[in-house]
Design a protein around this ligand. Structure first.
Ligand code: NDP
Ligand code: 2IT
Length: 445
């Protein structure tokens, strides 16, 4: 398998799609040996087929603000691969959203969803709509207009969207309300729903909880635990909140959170009502963490990222490419032994290289943040059965799924010297299932 040739062809076909090409390269470099050991994959051009989305849907989203002024945003849904189940993946509302970012996220989702062991294909969508500073009614009108078009392309057995950056419980409510109005159906077409209208317990916490469960498994493999460990977290959104909650519950001390304005260093630990305060910060739609320093008297480091703080464990939970090679060097120099990604692709390729060379434990998002989509899968199961599991039941299944993903990474990623390359392990384990399904199903996509 000639990775450079495939990457050159892809770069020509998708000019300027930097994030998408970054995500594809990482996967291809990991799977070379299994593709070469399985000539049937090359004969069926599985790799060339898996890097091409089944379908890219791009549409106009017109909406009126509270003053009656009309705005036009761009909406997307990338239906990447449905070999193992209906398309599944979140919706992101953020001004930085473009085709490259959603294609990278949709591509990652194929392998992540495969790792969960649940029947879900890969997809992603969203809009360049900026929720910052928008009123509730503006967000509602935008969501309704977005769904007016999206509803043609989704369905409980076709494509099941969920939340991501800028899309939480409120937005899922407005989207689902419009879907129901248009289709006259109460189906599980979205996940992350509210508890009163088909949602699952633990889904809001699931990505952060899953990430901490994964970190716990990594530490356990070295005879250690989270108890007494100092942890840095980036972001202050849904994933960061869940991760802070679970890490604290398991006896760790979380000392940082961050926003686009800088990071908070709270040496006393971010616990109890301070974690709940993160929800107020997000709900304010202001997108800054600085107010935490007034509220609780902690240090605020303007314009900086939290990776300069001395910690044992780091959980990047904000966004892509937020941890550079230099940041990785600082973490390693300060004695950090375990990095588990809560966000999607937060570490740059240079950072990953530093982690691997230093032989510290590093888990890529597609493995360590899979708890969110896995619990979405559990929400779909409950919707199909028309019953609700208890939070203990959902949490137990989530933990089991994360333990199994960790085991799959160890199985496929252990190198000769015993070091576990979780990137390689996750990519191979995720790829094998999808590739074999594509072989079984014929050359349909
Ligand atoms: P939220 O919207 O709740 O929070 C996102 C956080 O990242 C905010 O702090 C946000 O601040 C910050 N952020 C977003 N974009 C940028 C940017 N371009 N530069 C700097 N900071 C940024 O989203 P989530 O917590 O849901 O998502 C966080 C990460 O986790 C994302 O990578 C997402 O893809 C991933 N993820 C989410 C899952 C879920 O279930 N929600 C599941 C698996 C992964 P601001 O908005 O001000 O920029
Ligand atoms: O990146 C992700 O896995 C998510 N945003 C969650 C997707 C989902 O369908 O729950």
């Amino acid at each position: 398998m000639n990775v450079e040739k495939i990457m050159n062809d892809l770069a020509k076909k998708n000019p300027g799609e930097v994030e998408f090409l970054q995500a594809v390269r990482e996967v291809l470099e990991s799977i070379v040996e299994v593709v070469e050991a399985n000539p049937q994959f090359e004969e069926a051009s599985i790799v060339e087929r898996i890097v091409e989305p089944d379908r890219v849907i791009m549409f106009k989203v017109p909406w009126a603000d509270d003053n009656g002024k009309l705005h036009v945003n761009r909406g997307f849904r990338i239906q990447f691969n449905q070999a193992i189940g209906p398309y599944k993946g979140g919706l992101r509302f953020h001004p930085s959203v473009n085709l490259s970012i959603l294609k990278f996220l949709g591509f990652e989702q194929i392998f992540k969803n495969s790792l969960t062991s649940l029947p879900m294909g890969g997809a992603k969508g969203g809009s360049d709509f900026d929720p910052k500073g928008k009123s509730n009614t503006e967000v509602m009108r935008f969501c309704q207009s977005f769904m007016l078009e999206l509803q043609r392309h989704i369905g409980p057995e076709t494509d099941v969207p969920a939340g991501d950056i800028g899309v939480g419980g409120r937005e899922i409510g407005y989207l689902y309300g419009m879907y129901k109005k248009l289709t006259r159906e109460h189906s599980g077409v979205l996940t992350g729903k509210g508890l009163n209208w088909g949602g699952s317990l633990i889904r809001p916490e699931a990505t952060g909880f899953g990430c901490v469960y994964f970190a716990q498994e990594m530490l356990k493999s070295k005879g250690q635990s989270l108890k007494g460990k100092v942890v840095s977290i980036s972001g202050f959104g849904n994933v960061a909140w869940g991760a802070a909650l679970k890490a604290t519950e398991l006896g760790a001390k979380v000392v940082t959170i961050s926003g686009p304005d800088g990071y908070i260093y709270d040496k006393e630990g971010i616990s109890g009502k301070k974690i709940e305060y993160m929800l107020d910060l997000r709900a304010s739609n202001q997108d800054i963490v600085k107010p935490y320093s007034y509220e609780f008297g902690a240090e605020f480091h303007e314009g900086k990222r939290p990776w300069e703080v001395k910690v044992d464990v780091a959980l990047p939970c904000a966004t892509q490419n937020e941890l550079s090679g230099d940041d990785a060097k600082k973490l390693v120099a300060n004695g950090c032994i375990c990095i588990a990604e809560g966000a999607n692709m937060p570490s740059t390729p240079e950072a990953i290289e530093v982690f691997h060379k230093s032989k510290v434990m590093f888990a890529p998002g597609k493995a360590s943040n899979a708890g969110g989509v896995a619990t979405s899968g559990l929400e779909m199961s409950q919707n199909s059965m028309k019953l609700n599991w208890t939070s203990e039941e959902v949490d137990r299944r989530l933990l089991e799924i994360m333990v199994n993903i960790h085991a799959a990474c160890v199985k496929y990623g252990t190198e000769k010297d015993g070091y576990v390359n979780y990137v390689k392990g996750a990519n191979i384990a995720g790829f094998m299932k999808v590739a074999n399904a594509m072989l079984d199903l014929g050359y349909v996509n």
